[in-house]
Unconditional design. Structure first.
Lengths: 691, 86
């Protein structure tokens, strides 16, 4: 510097001075800049809460190289950036909270510490506010809850008093229930600035709970009241976890003895193979089994098992009914059914054994029953006609009328129905009311009895009475007439005429005697008494000659021929009966032969048999007449009253022949004549009932 | 100062006092800001200046990082990393 001063001129001096001044200025400026930087750094450090930089800790050069302002500035940039992001997040969160606030299913209301409403959401408006009412800035009391309700449980007051969250359960307002939760929002000093009230509408839950409680109560009542034993069984352990009172009574055990016990120890103890309990309730079954009582007795039960899920656990609901009474009733019914079946069988047997057709109808005249004879008569079968109305199966009008008789009266009516072999049969329909056990008329029983033969016999009897009267009257008239003659005019009669009159009287009396004998014989036959044969050995030819003599000697237009065996034989017969047989046959031949007709009697004998035939050339007989010739009271031509006879002769003859162990037969053609033959054994048959 | 391969940067500034500790730490945080923010790096500061435990954590928290202070034998370990999302 000094060299410069030595060599420099005055201008240099000035320059040096200027430079010195400028240097000093620069030094001052630098010092001030450094001081400024340090001040600002310290200010920044103060902002961030740390101590100032000390110059001895960091000299100026290190200060500049460290660049604390740059570090702090960059830090602040980062902090600001972080704040911006935080603000954005907060704004987003605020929007989210706002959306949640409005969309929340609960009513939310924010109050200040004075109870004035700051905000509330849509749900709260929906729950409590009438249309057009705004709560903001107003006190909620009186607008949401009544003073009485507020006095009892105002959550806002509770929060303000306690300084902590508070709640009120099942707060009731206008028939609805709410859970109200209040939470305080405090400032930095811990003072409550706001209170958030959340109203959770639990009305439906309360109602559901009430309904559930009611249902449980009902279920419990039913569970206990149902007249059946019910037990709940754990599906895995098969242990009873619950039982109703009826089940306990049936088991005769207290609750504590039943609960926890294996079900098979009481129910189906002896045989539980196949029980739904064993397969975990996969099958639902209803079975009959037994329940073992504590007293050692068994009760028959009808058991049903069904699986039920309670929570996540499988149980089996087993219900059972005491069926002891039912079993007894079933047994009684089974016995009753068996008895009814037996009775029905007997009745059916009786019904079928009734020879006459029998029909049972109900009150509506529908067929209930009929026997086989009725089926054959009507040409229908019970199987097809049961339940059908009478007019659906019976076409005969008279029969229908008979069957439809008055239900209240017994009646009888004759009905002519076609006979199986042609012609007609007469049935007498007898109807009687069918009475039920209580005495009411429930239908009608009709028995159709074939009275054709009875009616014919009645008709023949009627004819017989007429004929017999005539037959008796004729000889009686002669006897009376000749007797009067002998009594009143005997002195006027010649001895021959007197003898002739007595002969007439004898003949007619003899005729009467024969008629009476016939009547007595037929009476004996009808009464069923055994015919008494008085068998004796007698000479055949004289016997026949004696019978034939009156006919042979009888004056009249008939021709009579008798063929006798070459030599007389001795036979063992009831002489009088044989005479009666021969007399009947000859009498008929004479009665039914025309004038000049030949009557031939042929007698043949072998060692075993006596055969006699009487043949005439009379009016003969039709097959129908021939078939009935032995019927009692039957007369071949009843219309011809000029031909006498009782209609008993052939019937008695047949009886006498057969009583001797013989047989009789007839050959006849209408208009050609009739041949009646009989055979008798020469010796009496061992089995013949001779004396 | 050593950086581990395990994305952990250790800053041993024991012997320094405030505000150097704060400035040194902030410089390191700013220099590795992106990796710290992404969560691929964790900064572990070892300091024996007690005051630093009162200045570093608030500043770093304000920058959006998670900070924990562990008392070790003779020093403090301040761990700075990405703030865990809730």
């Amino acid at each position: 510097m000094n060299d410069m001063h030595a060599t420099a001129g005055p201008g240099a001096e000035a320059e040096i001075a200027r430079l010195r001044e400028e240097n000093a200025h620069l030094r001052d400026w630098q010092a001030r800049s450094i001081r400024y930087i340090r001040d600002k750094v310290d200010q920044l450090l103060g902002v961030v809460g740390t101590v100032p930089l000390r110059p001895e800790e960091l000299d100026d050069e290190m200060l500049l190289s460290l660049d604390p302002i740059g570090i702090v500035s960059a830090t602040f940039v980062r902090i600001l950036e972080n704040l911006r992001e935080t603000n954005e997040e907060l704004a987003l969160a605020r929007d989210e909270i706002g959306a949640i606030f409005q969309a929340a299913g609960n009513g939310i209301m924010v109050l200040d510490s004075q109870g004035r409403v700051l905000s509330y959401n849509a749900k709260l408006r929906e729950l409590f506010l009438p249309e057009g009412v705004d709560l903001v800035g107003r006190c909620c009391s009186g607008l949401i809850c009544t003073p009485e309700v507020r006095h009892e449980a105002c959550v806002f007051d509770m929060v303000m008093r306690s300084g902590a969250a508070a709640s009120c359960r099942k707060w009731c307002l206008a028939g609805r229930y709410f859970d109200v939760v209040g939470s305080p929002i405090k400032n930095q000093s811990g003072e409550i600035e706001q209170v958030v009230l959340v109203y959770n509408d639990i009305t439906e839950r309360i109602r559901s709970e009430q309904a559930l409680a009611d249902a449980k109560a009902r279920l419990a009542t039913i569970f206990e009241a149902v007249p059946a034993g019910i037990v709940l069984i754990d599906a895995q352990s098969h242990r009873i976890v619950d039982a109703n009172q009826h089940a306990l009574q049936m088991l005769e055990l207290p609750r504590e003895k039943v609960f926890g016990a294996e079900c098979f120890s009481h129910i189906c103890a002896k045989d539980h193979a196949g029980c739904p309990i064993t397969d975990g309730g996969k099958s639902i079954d209803t079975t009959e089994c037994t329940l073992e009582r504590a007293g050692g007795t068994s009760v028959p039960i009808l058991k049903t098992v069904a699986p039920v899920m309670l929570g996540d656990r499988l149980y089996l609901l087993e219900s059972f009914l005491d069926i002891a009474d039912r079993k007894q009733a079933e047994e009684a019914m089974r016995q009753a059914l068996a008895e009814a079946e037996d009775a029905r069988g007997k009745m059916d047997g009786i019904l079928q054994s009734v020879a006459d057709p029998l029909i049972v109808t109900d009150s509506e005249q529908r067929i209930i029953l009929m026997n086989r004879a009725a089926e054959e008569l009507l040409g229908i079968c019970l199987y097809n006609s049961q339940g059908l109305a009478l007019d659906q199966v019976i076409s005969d009008v008279r029969l229908l009328e008979a069957l439809r008789g008055d239900l209240t009266e017994e009646s009888r009516v004759d009905v002519a129905l076609p006979a199986a072999g042609g012609g007609e049969w007469i049935y007498q329909g007898s109807t009687s009311p069918l009475l039920s056990a209580d005495g009411l008329i429930s239908g009608m029983i009709t028995v159709l009895r074939n009275v054709t033969q009875e009616r014919e016999i009645e008709r023949m009897k009627s004819e017989f009475v007429s004929t017999a009267a005539h037959e008796l009257q004729t000889p009686l008239a002669a006897i009376i007439g000749f007797s009067e003659l002998l009594m009143n005019q005997r002195e006027d009669l010649t001895p021959e005429l007197e003898q002739q009159s007595l002969g007439y009287i004898y003949d007619k009396a003899d005729l009467l005697s024969k008629i009476v004998d016939d009547l007595l014989d037929i009476s004996r036959i009808e009464s069923g008494r055994a015919l008494e044969l008085y068998v004796s050995e007698c000479e055949l030819t004289p016997l026949i000659e004696q019978v034939v003599r009156p006919y042979r000697n009888r004056p009249g237009p008939h021709l009579f021929k008798l063929h006798l065996p070459g030599e007389s034989r001795r036979v063992r017969v009831d002489r009088r009966k044989l005479e009666q047989i021969l007399d009947n046959l000859l009498s008929n031949a004479y009665k039914y032969s025309p004038e000049g007709g030949l009557i031939r009697m042929t007698v043949q004998c072998s060692d075993e048999l006596l055969k006699v035939s009487v043949e005439d050339q009379g009016i003969g007989m039709t097959p129908e007449q021939r078939s009935r010739i032995y019927d009692k009271f039957y007369r071949g031509d009843a219309s011809n009253t000029s031909i006498g006879g009782t209609g008993l002769g052939m019937s008695i003859t047949k009886y006498f022949v057969e009583a001797h162990g013989g047989r009789i037969w007839v050959e006849s053609e209408p208009g050609l004549g009739t041949k009646v033959s009989f055979e008798l054994p020469m010796q009496p048959r061992p089995e013949a009932d001779f004396d | 100062m050593t950086a581990t391969a395990m994305d952990e940067l250790e800053l041993d500034i024991r012997g320094q006092v405030c505000p150097s500790t704060l400035l040194t730490t902030l410089k390191e945080v700013n220099g590795n800001f992106e990796r710290l923010k992404a969560g691929t790096l964790r900064l572990v500061v070892k300091t024996d200046a007690r005051d630093a435990t009162g200045t570093i954590p608030p500043m770093v928290k304000s920058m959006g990082f998670a900070v924990s202070v562990l008392k070790e034998q003779g020093y403090y370990m301040i761990v700075i990393g990405k703030e865990q999302q809730a």
